[in-house]
Design a protein around this ligand. Structure first.
Ligand code: DAH
Length: 341
């Protein structure tokens, strides 16, 4: 047996494996379960202890030599680094990028508005969404019997008729003026709530921006100039702007401001009801009673204020025809703004 092993060893050492089929054949012939070496191990079991001592070492050596040969050839043939096709991974392929979110269209418009007012020195201020009647109505010079105080417009906090969900961000004017001496140049941004039925045109919550400037000798001229600047910054320099006399309890005189319809460029369409104009904001000179309510002397100071709805602006800028889309979280709708944010 020892001679047989010797011959086999020489044979194995002399074999040159040139390709994968040859390697597989080698494996099968010498190292497989039914291969020559396995057969020798079977014979080995029947030997005497004295014979086993001699043959065992040679047989193990033979097995090691055959195994090394197979390993070495595999390496030389580059087979080791090539796993089977099923597990093959092409590490050079580009990976799937992470899914990156995008800003909500309302946030994009809000950021544009804030950036526009920041450029001319307005601070961003905040106020709470639940306020006392005084901040939403009383201090803003709403007469006791004003219809906007009625239950159909305002959400009151249950069991406390003095607390309500603010129906406009003009509330923040009061809290700011109470705590800050003039000059004040600020904008407040946030969500407001109204007890209105939900449709394509109206919602029970939406977002507003409210701004004010209070100083000595502030006039309607300053208001017009700031709004001309702002609206052309937002809608483009060719946008025309017009002021119409209006009424708000907290401003005197008051105005509503229209811009050229963004959808038909002023030619007339269904959105602007063929007028070529769309209303975008309310504004006016802060009523002396409002200043007095905030402990600011109206003999010394005057101010202007304005307010606008962010949804309305976004609908005009992006030609969105249903206000409900802003709060329904449709990915198809939202993903259209990915490039904007
Ligand atoms: N608060 C008004 C509204 O919700 C908008 C508004 C009008 C705000 C005139 C103002 C203003 O600050 O001066 O309809």
């Amino acid at each position: 047996m020892i001679n047989k092993i010797k011959t086999l060893r020489e044979t194995i050492e002399g074999i040159i494996i040139t390709d994968q089929p040859a390697l597989e054949a080698f494996h099968q012939q010498f190292l497989g379960k039914k291969g020559i070496i396995a057969a020798l191990f079977n014979t080995f079991k029947g030997l005497s202890i004295a014979e086993k001592k001699v043959v065992g070492i040679a047989l193990n050596d033979l097995k090691t030599i055959a195994e090394n040969k197979a390993k070495q050839s595999k390496k030389e043939l580059n087979l080791e680094v090539l796993p089977t096709v099923a597990h093959q991974t092409d590490v050079t392929l580009p990976s799937f990028g992470p899914e990156i979110g995008s800003l909500h269209p309302l946030r994009i418009v809000q950021n544009k508005i804030i950036a526009s007012f920041r450029k001319i020195g307005f601070n961003l201020i905040e106020g709470p969404e639940i306020v006392e009647d005084w901040y939403n109505f009383g201090a803003l010079n709403f007469p006791e019997n004003h219809p906007a105080r009625e239950m159909q417009d305002t959400f009151f906090v249950q069991r406390n008729p003095d607390r309500l969900l603010r129906s406009h961000t003009t509330t923040v004017q009061i809290s700011t003026c109470e705590s800050t001496p003039p000059p004040i140049r600020s904008i407040a941004v946030g969500r407001v709530f109204r007890n209105e039925s939900i449709s394509a045109r109206s919602h029970c919550f939406f977002h507003q921006v409210d701004g004010m400037y209070i100083n000595q000798d502030v006039s309607f001229r300053d208001l017009k100039q700031v709004l001309y600047y702002f609206l052309q910054d937002l809608f483009g320099s060719t946008t025309a702007i017009r002021f119409r006399a209006s009424y708000f309890p907290f401003t005197e005189p008051s105005a509503e401001v229209d811009v050229t319809c963004q959808l038909c460029a002023g030619k007339g369409c269904t959105i602007c009801k063929q007028s070529g104009w769309v209303e975008v904001l309310g504004a006016g000179m802060i009523h002396p009673n409002v200043l007095t309510n905030c402990h600011i002397d109206p003999e010394l100071y005057s101010g202007f204020a304005f307010g606008l709805g962010i949804e309305r602006i976004a609908m005009l800028l992006y030609q969105i025809n249903d206000i409900r889309l802003f709060s329904e979280n449709h990915m198809i709708f939202l993903s259209q703004f990915a490039a904007e944010g």
